[in-house]
Write a protein that binds this ligand. Sequence first.
Ligand code: NUP
Length: 211
Amino acid sequence: MTDLVLSLDVTDRTSALSIAAACAEEVDAIKVGYPLVLGTGLGIARDLADLGLPLIADFKVADIPNTNMLICDQVFEAGFSAVIAQAFPGPDSIAACVESAHAHGGECYVVAEMSHPGALTFFSEGVPEAICRLVVENGADGIIAPATRPARIKVLRNLIGEKKILSPGVGAQGGDPAEVAPLVDGMIVGRAIYGAVDPAAAARAYAPYRR
Ligand code: NUP
């Protein structure tokens, strides 16, 4: 029903590569963020790329357009196939990420609503809806929407049509895969897989929900 995206938020290279290799058959993509890149360097992308899975850079890029472009160019040249950007810097900033992504044959996802409890302080009162409209207008490839609030995913789905939804919050944050999988294009799971004694077995437990 959905892709399973491993969020590889470990901070050392040996663990990252061994968990990724162990889970490679069980997942459809790997998401890498600041914890792993700051711990090991951007070159970790090339090492992971050897597994042949799409690599998503969760840098929540959020700067002026020129800086966003510089960041995203580095991301794609490092071997990533998608980048995640924040929407709040505005349409021109998102457009820079989308332009860089598409120039490199990659994708850009925009955070529409975050999954943690405190997200509702600012991701409220129509803000996620406005972000979805922006995503449709500026050609981004999809949104990040919270697995912790499936009802919100349904609302946002109605606004983005065919664009994709990647959804973090399954597992450690309490999101239920059975409820979320039918609503999204990709379920992002971190701690419930990489923190397990047997990460491959933990990833395999999501097999009933995969396409
Ligand atoms: O709204 C978001 N929530 C979220 O958890 C947007 C994200 N990008 N994430 C990321 O997804 C978070 O930074 C982490 O890398 C992953 C979820 O990990 P876990 O809660 O499954 O361990």
